[in-house]
Design a protein around this ligand. Structure first.
Ligand SMILES: CC(C)(COP(=O)(O)OP(=O)(O)OC[C@H]1O[C@@H](n2cnc3c(N)ncnc32)[C@H](O)[C@@H]1OP(=O)(O)O)[C@@H](O)C(=O)NCCC(=O)NCCS
Length: 269
């Protein structure tokens, strides 16, 4: 498994093949690309540029947020989603269309004749992320590390037994991070399968050391077909990725900050 972690300059393009310009899909079924964007790194111009990538329906939705920070992170998430698609598929950002599945998961209406492109976004206070692959189920989740949550109670109510114990035993300083480590992985999985929170979170459990999943009903899903990644995009955020893949040893995951220069050029195109 080859992967590239973050840590590069936000303005730098980091995918090995560079941006696509002529409309050929370069996302293979073994390749996964993820971008994140920290709101604190954005100028007003950057936000306007990201806004210019959105379609009317998204702009109207952005206007309906009560809080400016929610509006901004929504714009950032949908802007980098369109940007990542254009980076890989070489079409204008506004071209992308989505259908909404049964439990609310948006699925890209993939370009005719090409592979099925799979994409998922997540946004939380101060951070947006997007993950993309071809054919296979993919989910991403990001969380803010300073959430004021009743984590023991939440874990008790929603997690599997080993996870509940782990959260309960954790010292005060580590408790929220351990809770969020499980939470992001669980959300990434339920988003990858498209069920969201209609999927009970206590029906499967994670081992944080090996990032392995176990299904309490063994016939429910195949743990060997799931690959998980965890990242810390900045001091205040945690992120997890879930990818279903029949031969996960072949997976190549490239994750890092969204390349602002590419996005700027895209917005001006
Ligand atoms: C919708 C849900 C799948 C994820 O919600 P979330 O963690 O609040 O939100 P995220 O930012 O990670 O993801 C939202 C995005 O996922 C996508 N999405 C929506 N429904 C989805 C589904 N069923 N499956 C996968 N993706 C979905 C959408 O693109 C959505 O963004 P948009 O509304 O701007 O288009 C669902 O699991 C949920 O409601 N979770 C509750 C969140 C919560 O209680 N958090 C407390 C943490 S302590």
């Amino acid at each position: 498994m080859r992967k590239t972690l973050g840590g590069r300059q936000p303005s730098e393009g980091f995918l090995s093949h560079g941006a696509v310009r002529d409309g050929n899909a370069l996302v293979s079924k073994d390749g996964v690309a993820a971008w994140w964007l920290l709101l604190e790194h954005l100028t007003e111009d950057d936000l306007e540029m990201l806004e210019a990538l959105l379609v009317d329906e998204e702009l109207a939705r952005a206007e309906r947020f009560h809080f400016e920070r929610d509006r901004q992170i929504y714009i950032a998430a949908h802007g980098i989603c369109r940007g990542l698609l254009s980076y890989h598929l070489g079409q204008p950002a506004k071209n992308w269309r989505f259908s909404i599945e049964d439990h609310g998961k948006p699925e890209l209406i993939s370009p005719a004749g090409g592979p099925r492109i799979r994409v998922n976004i997540s946004h939380t206070r101060g951070l947006a992320a997007v993950a993309l692959t071809s054919e296979h189920d993919i989910g991403v989740d990001v969380e803010w590390r300073h959430r004021d949550a009743m984590v023991d109670e939440l874990a008790q109510r929603m997690f599997a037994e080993s996870e509940r114990r782990d959260v309960q035993r954790a010292c005060k300083e580590k408790k929220l991070d351990i809770f969020l480590a499980y939470w992001t992985l669980k959300e990434a999985y339920v988003k990858a399968i498209g069920k969201g929170l209609s999927q009970p979170l206590d029906a499967f459990e994670f081992d944080l050391n090996g990032l392995n999943i176990t299904f309490l009903d063994r016939s429910a899903d195949d743990p060997d077909h799931w690959h998980f990644e965890r990242y810390q995009p900045g001091p205040d955020h945690l992120m997890a990725l879930a990818i279903r893949h029949p031969a996960k040893a072949n997976l190549r995951v490239e994750a890092g900050p969204a390349p602002m220069e590419f996005l700027r050029n895209l917005a001006q195109a």
